[in-house]
Design a protein around this ligand. Sequence first.
Ligand SMILES: Cc1cc2nc3c(=O)[nH]c(=O)nc-3n(C[C@H](O)[C@H](O)[C@H](O)COP(=O)(O)OP(=O)(O)OC[C@H]3O[C@@H](n4cnc5c(N)ncnc54)[C@H](O)[C@@H]3O)c2cc1C
Length: 403
Amino acid sequence: MSEQAIVVVGAGLAGAHVVQGLRAEGFAGPITLLGQESELPYDRTKLSKEYLQGRMDRTAIRLHDETWYVDHEVDLRLGTVVESIDRAARTVRLTTGETLPYHRLVLATGADSRRIPFPGADLPGVMALRELGESDALKDLFAAGGQLAVVGAGWIGLEVAASARQAGMTVTVVAPNVQPLDNILGPRIGAYFADLHVRNGIDLRMGVGARGVLERDGRAGGIVTDHGDIAADAVLIAVGAVPRVALAEQAGLAVDNGVLTDERLVTSDPAILAVGDIANAHNTLLGQRLRREHWDNALRQGALAARTILDLAGTYDWQPYFYTDQFDLGMEYVGNNLASDEPVVRGALESGEFIVFWQRDGVVTAAMNVNIWDVNDTLRGIVGRRVDRERLVDQEIPLADLP
Ligand SMILES: Cc1cc2nc3c(=O)[nH]c(=O)nc-3n(C[C@H](O)[C@H](O)[C@H](O)COP(=O)(O)OP(=O)(O)OC[C@H]3O[C@@H](n4cnc5c(N)ncnc54)[C@H](O)[C@@H]3O)c2cc1C
């Protein structure tokens, strides 16, 4: 391998976009993309939505087909696990014992589903959702029908609950918060999501802590909660994700809630970058480190890492973005509000089509468009600006004229 060799560990959204960015920017040197999963890199966001609902098949969720990697001379190695990094020798070691040299290394190892070590968590029928096979298992469950208990009312818990309900399952969701997502969107908008789910037939039990999984015939038969038992045919644990930092820690890189990077995504070792869910990166726009587990972050950071490697301009200088689809709600969010920021609703929540701005000390910290499309770029231009509340709610004033 030449001096220039780039090795990317993790063939998920971010890793694939590093590779794509390198070739798009004209890099002609050797690239190796190493992925633990045996699937061609795919879009994980579909696993709780279109793929799970049977509206997209496994080829449709791929980021590229197999020939793309061949055509772009990317040495894609699937089913390949990197075990360790030797920073002094600039090599990575695979579990097969093979070592690969690198000139620059990119860590894009993503996140794992958070596990709860409560009784029964290992029983068959206790599920999580991160990988394609887990979405397949949920699909099989939907086909069999019955009752699903979901522990956790975050994005993935709510999306799977919606998909399960739409597939005809009886669904109970439990979480200790007062409202779903209230730790992110605040209680008022959290209550909107609660209403959406209840309206669509979810048995939503907020303020309820799960304490364990009930056993029935050697399988999960429901959950034990601090408000009594709930019977179910399967249990989905959806209580967040943890960054996969084992490799970085083993290599002695600086790690604190993810792998620490500067604004160019370079870690504490100048030869190693980190991108996507594992990167706790310095955001120059917000003047703070951020670790985001979102689709857009993986795409943009992948492209930025490629530019950094090629010594092209660019920094992590954008507002975070994410989206979700649940029942008939589709939304996009841009910004970085605190749950305690004041929500300002433009339009009527009851109409199902509205925009929420969050404000702190008169400054818009985030905005969310619900079932209103092609406005998110305009909202991005408003976030970070000081705008009077009266103007934000006045639908006579075009969005573009708000800031
Ligand atoms: C079900 C689900 C739904 C989601 N929905 C949304 C959504 O609606 N909107 C949104 O904005 N975001 C969503 N996300 C989040 C989004 O998918 C992630 O932020 C994104 O996939 C992160 O990309 P990544 O490349 O950092 O990590 P990943 O996509 O997780 O990829 C990491 C890859 O690295 C591999 N790997 C790890 N360790 C090693 C190793 N040692 N050797 C080799 N390979 C390794 C893993 O196997 C994995 O394939 C969702 C996530 C999930 C799980």
